[in-house]
Ligand binder design. Structure first.
Ligand code: LLP
Length: 385
């Protein structure tokens, strides 16, 4: 919540920093949990979206599992206290060291992305004297209608096993004693706002799940990934994603066979709106064609606009009144793409004003870099008593 108290607290802080509204985070988590519980769905938090310590501690407390994509994420999830039997390990390029670490910790399941990877996990599990539980990540060739750089479920993407390779997988599984197939996994993309896409996913999952059952493989887990989008344009009007509608689609269209569990891997929708990047205006450059606000935050703190031309709502929180001017809001990094927004309408602004870049809690802090030898990014929290 941005109010008078938070604003005066911000004024004392060195900028830029990430500000997390832990109350909004809690509200979002509770809403997701309540909606998922209604259908007996299981949620694993996609830690890649944000692994800030305070944020993931809260997520663990709600009882969600963790979806990890590196050995270090698995390690971190365990350190924070996620139960190993609620940790899944995904990723198209798991190294031997990472696989062994996950085996040592007896995680719940590996989401496997190729026939070759099945063989490697089998080998390493045999060395460790274990049987690894695996789900096959299958590419359902469903178009998520999202930004091309964050779509993953098409045959042209590097992710998942294509359907024509499924025979090879089932053949391999019969010869690999140290891996046990427990489920199938899908993830078609991120920031999906057209929810009918998930209906198409359900239809594909039903088809593929039957294919396995017909061949004598009982699947206890259907993991449908994440991808639920948020409203970047209206963070105050819709601070909590529509989990109810999202889960209801899966309840309605996914055919669950007896004893099958449905798992989700949500990232963005759980954390995005609770994070805001707070920055100060360093310079105001008024020109003839363009007016620029040069901030002390740049693409090194929040890369999404530079990388995906992503929209984030930008506000001058020091100044609400005054003549409205159109500014290009840019950072200090020596790259032309270091721009948070073009022609953003804002009251005439001054050096020292605080600027809030909203909905930055997902894929913000975690994607920060030290390019230009920038400082590590800082964070600041708010939680009402
Ligand atoms: N499961 C898998 C296998 C994934 O690859 C991802 C995200 C998720 C779950 C979580 O998806 P979510 O619920 O957050 O949409 N950096 C980009 C987003 C990349 C998403 C990568 N995979 C961005 O800033 O928009």
């Amino acid at each position: 919540m941005l109010n008078k108290d938070t604003l005066s607290a911000f004024q004392q802080q060195e900028t830029p920093f990430y500000y997390y509204d832990l109350n909004l985070l809690q509200q979002t988590l509770d809403s997701c949990k309540e909606a998922a519980d209604k259908y007996d769905f299981h949620v694993h938090y996609a830690m890649k979206a944000n692994f800030n310590q305070r944020v993931i501690e809260k997520i663990k407390e709600v009882g969600f599992g963790a979806d990890c994509v590196s050995g270090n994420e698995v390690k971190k999830a365990i350190e924070v206290g996620f139960a190993p039997d609620k940790i899944v390990f995904a990723g198209v390029g798991k190294s031997d060291r990472e696989i062994s670490l996950a085996l040592e910790n007896d995680i719940f399941c590996f989401n496997v992305e190729s026939v070759q990877e099945l063989g490697v996990i089998n080998e390493l599990a045999a060395l460790a004297g274990k049987v690894a539980k695996v789900a096959l990540r299958i590419n359902p060739n469903v178009d998520a209608h999202t930004h091309a750089n964050i779509t993953t479920g098409l045959e042209e993407n590097k992710f998942g096993i294509n359907q024509w390779d499924l025979h090879a997988c089932t053949d391999a599984l019969k010869t690999l004693p140290n891996v046990k197939l427990i489920g199938i996994h899908f993830h078609i993309g991120s920031q999906i706002t057209n929810l009918t896409v998930f209906k198409s996913l359900c239809v594909k999952v039903n088809e593929i799940s039957s294919w396995f059952e017909e061949r004598g493989f009982h699947l206890s887990i259907l993991n449908v990934g994440g991808g639920l989008g948020i409203d970047y344009h209206n963070p105050d009007e819709k601070p909590v994603a529509d989990f109810e509608h999202y889960f209801q689609i899966f309840d309605q269209f996914l055919e669950r066979k007896a004893g099958q569990e449905v798992h989700f891997e949500l990232g963005r929708a759980l954390v995005a709106h609770s994070g805001t990047l707070i920055s100060r205006i360093l310079y105001v450059k008024n020109g003839i064609k363009k007016h620029f606000l040069v901030l002390d935050a740049g693409m090194t703190e929040l890369m999404r606009p530079a990388l995906y031309q992503a929209y984030h709502k930008i506000e001058n929180i020091s100044r609400t009144e005054g003549e409205v001017v159109k500014y290009d809001i840019v950072g200090p990094i020596c790259e032309s793409t270091d721009c948070f927004g073009k022609e953003v309408e804002m009251p005439a602004s001054l050096r020292g004003d605080l600027i809030a870049i909203r909905s930055a809690g997902a894929y913000g802090e975690v994607m920060a870099s030290r390019y230009n030898l920038r400082e590590d990014v800082r964070s600041f929290y708010y939680q009402a008593d």
